[in-house]
Design a protein around this ligand. Sequence first.
Ligand SMILES: NC(=O)c1ccc[n+]([C@@H]2O[C@H](COP(=O)([O-])OP(=O)(O)OC[C@H]3O[C@@H](n4cnc5c(N)ncnc54)[C@H](O)[C@@H]3O)[C@@H](O)[C@H]2O)c1
Length: 210
Amino acid sequence: MNGSKSVPKATFQRYPVYLKALRRLQKHGKTRVMSKELAELVNVEPTTIRRDFSFLGNLGKQGYGYNVDDLIEIFNRQLGVDFDEKIILIGAGNLGRALMHYNNWDYVVGEIVCAFDADPAKCYEQFGIQVYPMDELEERIPAGCHIAILTISHKVQSTVDLLLDNGITGIVDFTHQHFVVPKGVVVKVVDVVSSIQELVFESNSMHQKQ
Ligand SMILES: NC(=O)c1ccc[n+]([C@@H]2O[C@H](COP(=O)([O-])OP(=O)(O)OC[C@H]3O[C@@H](n4cnc5c(N)ncnc54)[C@H](O)[C@@H]3O)[C@@H](O)[C@H]2O)c1
């Protein structure tokens, strides 16, 4: 098995796509899959699939297809990518509720396992996800949880500090507010407003050139 470092970026980016399809097959009771069948599901050429899978080591005899369970395990374990992330959500307001309602990433990255909110009125089961009071975070945070989605509107820095104290090392930030994190903590900002600004700017400059 080659280390995941030697896997080309384009190949690595296709792995979640394969995994999603494989999990769907597994759910439907399928145990083996040919690259041609998988190709139709993921819209990638069978030769590309075979090459992508070659980085995972010896996966069996050609012509017999791939063992679905084995492949899923390899993706999950050996690549060091955990597609079963337990994610928590902080802030069960408008945006938080939309994300909980969507919570349909189970085949790709993981899922929101629970949420927290400072407002007791928001603390009940929403879309099948339990929302706990913020002051229960320490006791309720699931074991092995490293990722938090931040959809709160107040006290962002102190909330981030609390999350870091409880094992969070990755934050998906929707807040628009500045906060600092120590080295080693990864923050991904999602900002629809700046995306629209960039879009307007780029399309304006494109039209000016024409
Ligand atoms: N990134 C984007 O594109 C984008 C788009 C819309 C809104 N936002 C931002 O997302 C955040 C949420 O927006 P919304 O419309 O859902 O607001 P909202 O007021 O509907 O929801 C915020 C929720 O967070 C809770 N909350 C606030 N501070 C908290 C804290 N410190 N700890 C725990 N819970 C806390 C509130 O009780 C509420 O339930 C805001 O900061 C907003 O500016 C970002």
